[in-house]
Design a protein around this ligand. Structure first.
Ligand code: SAM
Length: 247
């Protein structure tokens, strides 16, 4: 069964994405570990290292983590820093945010991480409010990506940093075929096995296929007005991080 994402309009796409994450919220963290063989932790770790949140800075530094889900990026960022660094996790889906809130409480981090419902295409924050904007495995789900990129720029302060982590194009011969076979034949059945429903994972695999190549996505970030745009591949391009600055 396929989600048939090729034929749906933008409004419908968001509704389907919302449905996917309502269904998987409770098991989202477990599924991430299973499906990536723990690799998502390594990528997120490298990603946060590239962001390099300040330590011992004289002023408060604020991160906005969009499509932040259960708060993996925000958690790593505040853990690596001190209390001058805080984060807002913004996600369209309350089920994901609820899991994140509980986890932040459990980790004693709720004073440093705030959870706010909102749409990446229309962020509920004033202009120039954040020092950094991150979006990890989220932008692929947003129907109007150029709009989300313009919003990212709007809420950043001058000198602010945009960083995006996303599944990307594998550029290692051989690995691409193994990865293709794995994603189409292993991911949906594994999803059905753990959550009782394979459709959300069929969608996941299809949406990864449709996402623009590293170079094309870098151009889209430039088109939104960011400067010094660059990217890094992780695991041969299974994932890639893109960086840009608002000057
Ligand atoms: N960033 C987290 C991580 O890396 O584990 C969660 C990533 S999860 C694959 C994608 C998230 O994007 C979901 O929590 C979903 O609710 C959120 N999302 C989808 N469409 C969105 C939108 N238009 N605005 C904000 N968040 C959205």
């Amino acid at each position: 069964t396929s989600f048939g994402f090729t034929s749906v309009g933008e409004g419908q796409k968001q509704a389907l994405v919302d449905d996917v994450f309502h269904k998987v919220a409770e098991r989202y963290d477990l599924m991430n570990d299973l499906m990536s063989g723990g690799m998502h932790r390594v990528w997120k770790d490298a990603f946060v290292s590239w962001l390099a949140p300040p330590r011992g800075s004289a002023r408060n530094w604020r991160l906005l983590d969009v499509a932040g889900g259960t708060g993996d990026i925000a958690t790593q960022v505040v853990r690596r820093s001190d209390e001058t660094v805080s984060a807002v996790v913004c996600d369209i889906n309350n089920s994901m945010l609820e899991v994140g809130r509980e986890r932040a409480d459990k980790n004693g981090l709720s004073a440093l991480i705030e959870f706010t419902q909102g749409n990446a295409e229309d962020l509920p924050f004033p202009d120039r409010s954040f020092d950094a904007y991150t979006i990890a495995f989220g932008i692929r789900n947003v129907p109007d990506i150029p709009k989300a990129l313009r919003e990212a720029r709007r809420v950043l302060k001058r000198g602010g940093r945009f960083l995006c982590l996303e599944f990307s194009d594998v550029d290692v011969p051989g690995l691409d075929r193994v990865y293709d076979a794995f994603s189409f034949n292993v991911i949906p059945p594994m999803g059905r096995w753990v959550t009782g429903d394979g459709d959300p994972y069929q969608y996941l695999v299809e949406s990864i296929r449709k996402f623009p190549h590293q170079e094309r996505f870098a151009d889209m970030i430039r088109e939104a007005g960011f400067e010094n745009v660059s990217y890094r591949n992780y695991s041969g391009g299974i994932a890639a991080a893109h960086s840009g600055w608002k000057f």
